[in-house]
Each structure stands twice: as C-alpha cells, then as structure tokens.
Ligand binder design. Structure first.
Ligand code: GLN
Length: 483
C-alpha cells in the first residue's frame, strides 16, 4: 500500500479497501521504522493525524468525501500549524507553537487530507542540502551518505522513502525542484502568487512560493489543485480561478514547441546527467513535440542577482526575531541590546547569519544602488529573456540540477559551490514562473531530475507535459531499496 500513488490510494479509500485510519497508521508506523535513519521529520503528529483520519472516514461514511479526503500528507515545517510546533528548522523557533494555520495548511484540511507531521528543512529555507537544519541533516533514501537536496529535503526524502505519499514544500531559488530531482520524485513550484504565502514563514518574500511533492505529476496536480487559490490575507496572491489540473493531463503534446536554453547545457553540467536529458528529449520527439535551441543570455547573472536579492529580503524579514515577541530568548540578558544581540547570535545558525550580513550590507546607505538596485535591474533582464523565449516556444526543458545528489559534508565549507547546485532553478524564481522537476533516470544509482519551465500560470501545461513523460517512462516508479 505504501508504494501506491495518491490517485491509487484515493480509489482504494473510495472502494473501502482501506480506511483512512488504517492508511494513516501504516504511514505513522513507517515513519517510526525508518525516520531514525533518515531524519525527515521534526515533529510527528500521531494523535492529530489519527483523529483527522477518523473524521475523514466519518465524512466518507456520510457520502461527503472528495478525492483527497483521508489522504495522509506531510507539511514542511515552514508552514504555521495551529497548536503544533513550527520551527522552520531553526533553534530560534524551537519553542514556537503557531497560533493559527497557514492558508495552505487550512486548504489541505478543508480538502480532507491528514497531516502526518512537520518535515525537516534547512534553517529558514536557506540551503540546498538540508545540512543547515538545527535538527540535524536529512539523509537521501537512495544513499544515506548523500544529501536529499534542500531546503525542502525532509519532505522530498519522506515521499521518496514512502513515509508519506505527498508533501508540501517551498521554493525560493529551487527548494522544491532541486530536492525533488536529488530524491527521485516529482515536485512543482507554481507561478508566484498562485499559492498563498500567508502563514508560510518568510525567507525572501518576492521569491518564496509554496508547492508540492508527490511521486507522479498526476498526484502533484491533485495536491496543487487543493493548495492553490486567491487569499485576501496575502497581498501578492493572484485572484484567478484555479483550473482542474487533472483535467488536462491527457492532452496531446503533438506539435508542442519546447525550447532548450543553450546556457543550461554548457560546462558545469555533469555529462551523464546531460545524456539522460537527451534521452528524455528523444522520448518527447516520439510524442510529436518539436525542439529548438533558445538563449537566455543573462543566465550567468541569475546566481549573483539572487544572492543579493534573497539575502536583502531575508535580512529584513528576519529582523522580527528579536527575542521579545516570540521564539528564542537568551538567558539573563543584561539589558535590551544584550538581549537582541545574544538571542540572535545564539538562535540563528551560521548560514542564516551569513545571509543576514550580506543582506544588511547590500541594503546599507551607499551600497544600495551598487548592489541591490543593480540586482533588481538584472532581475528585469532575466524576466525579459524568458518573455522573449516564450514568444518562440511553449515550454522550456532543462536539467533540474547540474549533478546528482552529493555527499553529506562535501560542500559545507564552500558556500559558493553549494549555491551552484541551484543554477538551473534560480532564474525561474526571479521571473516568477512555474517549474516542475520529474525523475529522468539514474547516475551511479542516484536519481536525476528534468525540469520543465512554463509561462506565467502555465501549471496545467507543465503538469500535462510531465504526465505524458511519465506515461512513457518508469523512472518515477522506482523506489529506493529497503523502502
Ligand atoms: N538553495 C537556495 C538558497 O539557499 C534556494 C533555497 C530555497 O529555494 N528556499 O537560497
């Protein structure tokens, strides 16, 4: 049962082959059995889950069940959950019990899903390997010496190891797509504004976007449909109806024009990863899609622009953790300033501090124009590159990450090399576009992901194209040994 997709589990529940309480217990047991090794969860909400499952079964008995009623899922610990510890992977929030639900969490409750627990993550979503968590690193179920990717690595590894059939994530520069790729599952980051950020702890507000992980594009379509939608509590949420993403999954892709950005297939890309992406291109050609080389000329500037804008926004967002209102407070502060200083230096980890320092520097008087303003101008150029590309093609295809999963510790002393693991994902956030990563093969028994980038609000299209690939291939059906 644990290997089934959400779609299959939904059918099993509808046909009364299993109850939600039984299904929930099964996943809770699996978490108990495997999570000591993997460290995917910060909090497991056993009781909460079983009572939600019981309510789901009752709803079903009354004939009021929807497609997701009774389906267990995991929530990234960046989403506020009423009455449940919400840490964002930080010592700063180790004692924080959220007083309300994030809109995304609320929407999943309304859809009838059952929350199994809160997943591990890089502190404040800053990282690409999940090694920056206060709660220790997450291990990749394909090889526990390797990282699962980050920052939503707990969610990705939990789905890969079948500890949950689906999970939420957030993506500021790649944190859904890159861990989906490194963990061998499907992950979608929707258009900026598609999913509410209310109650989703802020890292870089103009880039952050919630999304989902699942094993298939079809499951991702089901989950995203529940999560997306306008929210008056988020001023950047877009008031557009949410299409039924499952309704167009089987559309033909004959004649679809797919662009291959030449800058994404150059040096830095592991040749074995490149070969798998070429094989995926052949698969699509068989289905009648056509390919053309395109150029996104400002690609090399996306990393530098991101690592100015994201730290700038984070330094402002994280100013709220002052030891006064909530979160960690140092012991026996001498005075107010001592309390601010020690609460923040004891409560934040080193990557978060590095970002806050970069952010305050680039925003400071005298440097603002040289760094922050310049980065914003580059961001505009990057958006223009994509706008030009989408005049010629319907969709863009690339590798998700330049290499498969790397070893734990391998990049910890070299932040710049760590930052490079997001080179194919970051520009998509700067432009606010939707992107999905799907499994496309293995290198040295480690999964590789292919990225499909859509135009604004093109979620249905990228899900459709991802689903068609999954009908023709079985990379997404592989399960790591022992799970
Ligand atoms: N790895 C990138 C960073 O460290 C992106 C993180 C994310 O998407 N949350 O900022």
């Amino acid at each position: 049962m644990q290997h089934k997709t959400i779609k299959e589990l939904s059918t099993a529940l509808a046909e009364k082959k299993i109850s939600s309480v039984e299904l929930t217990q099964l996943f809770l047991d699996r978490i108990k059995q495997h999570d000591k090794k993997l460290n995917c969860f910060i909090t497991v909400t056993d009781e909460y889950a079983l009572s939600a499952a019981k309510a789901a079964d009752e709803k079903r008995a009354q004939g009021k069940a929807g497609a997701l009623t009774g389906i267990p899922i995991a929530q990234k610990d960046i989403f506020c959950t009423d009455g449940v510890k919400t840490t964002c992977g930080s010592k700063m929030l180790d004692n924080f019990i959220a007083p309300y639900n994030a809109t995304s969490v609320e929407k999943f409750i309304q859809a009838g899903t059952v929350m199994l627990g809160k997943t591990n993550m890089d502190e404040f979503a800053m990282g690409s390997s999940d090694e920056n968590s206060f709660y220790g690193p997450v291990k990749n179920p394909w090889n526990t010496e390797c990282v699962p990717g980050g920052s939503s690595g707990g969610s990705a590894a939990a789905v890969a190891a079948c500890l949950a059939p689906g999970a939420t994530g957030t993506d500021t520069g790649g944190s859904i797509r890159q861990p989906a790729a490194l963990s061998g599952i499907t992950g979608i980051k929707p258009t900026y504004g598609r999913v509410s950020r209310y109650g989703m702890i802020a890292f870089a507000s103009s880039l952050d976007q919630g999304g989902v992980f699942a094993r298939t594009a079809e499951d991702a379509a089901m989950l995203l449909g529940a999560m997306a939608g306008f929210d008056p509590n988020d001023s950047t949420s877009v008031n557009q109806p949410v299409p039924d993403y499952t309704a167009t999954l089987n559309d033909s892709i004959k004649g679809l024009r797919i662009g291959l950005p030449k800058e994404y297939f150059s040096e830095g890309l592991n040749p074995e990863v490149g070969k798998l992406i070429e094989a995926a291109i052949k698969e699509y050609e068989k289905m009648g899609a056509t390919f053309e080389e395109i150029s996104l000329p400002n690609t090399s500037l996306s990393g530098p622009a991101y690592y100015v804008i994201a730290p700038a926004e984070c330094s402002s967002n994280l100013a709220r953790y002052d030891g006064v209102r909530y979160g960690y407070r140092c012991e026996n502060p001498k005075d107010l300033e001592d309390m601010y200083k020690r609460s923040r230096s004891e409560g934040f980890g080193s990557e978060v501090k590095r970002r806050i320092m970069i952010g305050t520097y680039v925003l400071s008087a005298g440097y603002y124009d040289a760094y922050y303003l310049k980065a914003q101008q580059i961001r505009r150029l990057i958006c223009n590159d994509f706008n030009e590309a989408f005049k010629k093609v319907d969709l863009i295809l690339s590798p998700t990450a330049p290499t498969p999963a790397f070893k734990l510790g391998e990049k910890m002393d070299d932040p710049v090399s760590m930052y490079l693991s997001d080179i194919y994902t970051i520009a998509v956030n700067l432009a606010g576009l939707p992107g999905i990563s799907v499994p496309a093969g293995f290198v040295n028994k480690l999964p590789v992901g292919m990225q499909l980038i859509g135009n604004l609000f093109g979620e249905a299209k990228i899900l459709n194209v991802a689903h068609q690939y999954q009908l023709a291939t079985d990379w997404h059906k592989q399960i790591p040994e022992g799970y």
